[in-house]
Design a protein around this ligand. Structure first.
Ligand SMILES: Nc1nc2c(ncn2[C@@H]2O[C@H](COP(=O)(O)OP(=O)(O)O)[C@@H](O)[C@H]2O)c(=O)[nH]1
Ligand SMILES: [Mg+2]
Length: 396
């Protein structure tokens, strides 16, 4: 059980002194097909952790969600107005979500700094992602968010599967191939969660993953009972071969069954998340550190190169240090307005822009309801409710 684990902060530091210690929190990025139960799962995990006095830090990245059944510390809807994005850019629902996510990603440094501030106070950081899975998994912004998070704290991808809807071998296979592609794309510790076990036990799935012959038998049986319902017969031989290929993938896959509705399976879930965290420490983090060191080295080299190029361009004499271009001439370029504050003009405008879409951490902001209407969710259609003393509350 999660609470039996030693807190990360007490784990011994790397004996070689290499690499810095990870923050206490583990991030769980919840991904899954629309309707698989991501949001309900978030709600369940959130209340499970609250019951154990381990309140998580929660982020909602779904700009299109109408009602969130949990309190998010950071909500994309506070930063980006999804209906407005659709209108302004003339987009449909998916394009709107994608653009909203892209806009939000430009502010992700702020999000990350909020998360990092709390990463040693909480045990879990939870992220709900947009309903359409590919918007997150196959977009640049999805990768940026995932990578940024994983470089800041131990991160686990939690892939939610709608168990009752994956009992057909063909559907199961597509779902697993999808899982496989996300695993290889993110390279992060991965956890498959078979959700809705209150409706359908996930035992069949575990058996198919353990023994490909059982999967092949099920495939044959399904063909006999359902005919061409799941696809033409020639597809079966492809799936038979795929089951052999995926066998290797399954061996390294953690899978648990839960019901987000009833709370069944939560203890096993957190055991698996802790295991995945250890995998992050063991495998992902050293890779990350190596990459980081390489990047730093390259940055240093680039800096040295650009300095020497600049010196060449300015024709600075290496012996006298005298520039061929007079200083007064250079000043013109550095301070075009002649204000004596070179470079400040642009900056001022930029920071105005930033303020427009500042990322809000609701938990640390007491003036949330003093924000302009557009910046607050709960206003507009189904808007905020006025309390008896005139204070505003989010719509129920
Ligand atoms: N029976 C059952 N239904 C669930 C469970 N989890 C989610 N659902 C239902 O599945 C539907 C989609 O859930 P939602 O959380 O909105 O999915 P999302 O689109 O992935 O965020 C809703 O009607 C939920 O009530 C579960 O564990 N058991
Ligand atoms: Mg959802």
């Amino acid at each position: 059980m999660a609470t039996d684990q030693p807190p990360a902060a007490q784990q011994p530091a790397d004996p070689k002194g290499k690499g810095k210690q990870s923050p206490r929190a583990t991030a769980m990025i919840v991904i899954g097909m629309a309707g698989s139960g991501k949001t309900t799962f978030m709600q369940r995990v959130n209340s499970y952790l609250h019951e154990r006095n381990q309140p998580p830090y929660v982020l909602n990245l779904d700009p299109a969600v109408m009602h969130l059944p949990f309190d998010a510390n950071i909500d994309i809807r506070d930063t980006v107005d999804y209906p407005e994005v659709m209108k302004q850019y003339n987009l449909g629902p998916n394009g709107g979500i994608m653009t909203a996510l892209n806009l939000f990603t430009t502010k992700f440094d702020q999000v990350l700094s909020h998360v990092e501030k709390r990463a040693n106070d909480v045990d879990y950081v939870l992220l709900d992602t947009p309903g359409q899975i590919e918007i997150f998994t196959w977009s640049a912004s999805g990768s940026i968010i995932t990578d940024a998070l994983a470089s800041a704290l131990p991160t686990v991808v939690v892939y939610i599967i709608d168990t009752p809807r994956t009992t057909a071998p063909a559907t199961f296979m597509s779902n697993m191939l999808y899982a496989c592609s996300i695993l290889y794309k993110t390279r992060l510790p991965f956890l498959v969660v078979f959700n809705k076990t209150d409706v359908q036990s996930h035992q069949f799935a575990l058996e198919w993953m353990r023994d490909f012959e059982q999967f092949q038998d099920a495939l044959l049986e399904r063909r006999q009972t359902h005919g061409d319902e799941d696809g033409p017969a020639y597809q079966d031989s492809l799936m038979n071969s795929m089951s052999l290929v995926l066998d290797e993938f399954y061996k390294h896959l953690r899978a648990v069954g839960v019901s987000a509705m009833t709370g069944e399976g939560m203890d096993e879930l957190f055991d698996a998340v802790q295991e995945a965290r250890q995998e992050y420490e063991r495998e992902y983090k050293p890779e990350l550190e190596k990459l980081y060191a390489e990047r730093e080295k390259k940055k240093e080299a680039d800096k040295a190169e650009s300095i020497s190029r600049m010196m060449r361009d300015m024709k600075v004499s290496p012996t006298t240090g005298q520039a061929a271009v007079p200083q007064s001439e250079l000043d013109k370029y550095l301070d075009p307005a002649g204000t004596g504050q070179a470079g400040e003009v642009e900056d001022g405008e930029d920071s105005d822009d930033d303020d427009d879409a500042e990322v809000i951490d609701r938990s640390s902001r007491t003036d949330y309801y003093a924000l302009p209407d557009k910046r607050r969710r709960g206003t507009g259609p189904g808007g905020a409710v006025e309390g008896p003393d005139g204070s505003l509350w989010p719509a129920p």
